[in-house]
Write a protein that binds this ligand. Sequence first.
Ligand code: 5GP
Ligand code: ZN
Length: 114
Amino acid sequence: MSDCLFCKIIAGEIPGKKIYEDDEIYAFHDISPQAPVHFLVVPKKHIPTLMDASLDDAALLGRLVHKGQELLASLGCAQKGGRFVFNCKEDGMQTVPHIHLHVLGGRTLLWPPG
Ligand code: 5GP
Ligand code: ZN
C-alpha cells in the first residue's frame, strides 16, 4: 500500500534497522524501544489490523510468531523469554495500520498493561 509507513520501510523507502527478511516477512527494531530488546515482525502483505486477517492468513500469522520466537532467542532472550503483542485498532491503541507483532525482552515486563 503506497501510503503505509511499514510498507515503505519494507520497500526500503524509509530507513529501518532490519533484523530479518524473507519473501513473506520483515523484522526491524522499533524506533522507540520499550525494553532492551524491542522489535517488530510484519507481513509484507498489507493487512491493516488483526481484525482484518482471515483464515487464509493463519499460516502467515503463525510464521510471524515463530520468527519472533527465533529472533528473540537470537538476541539473547531464549531463557527468560519476553512478550509478544499485537495491538489492534482503537482500543488496542494501534498507531500504525499494518499488522505488526511487537516482541519485547531483556527486562521483566509488568502485567497487566495500563
Ligand atoms: P502500535 O502502536 O501501532 O502497536 O506500534 C507501532 C510501533 O511502531 C511503535 O512502537 C512505534 O515506536 C513504531 N514506529 C513508529 N514509526 C516507526 C518508524 O518510522 N520506524 C520504526 N522502526 N518504528 C516505528
Ligand atoms: Zn502496509
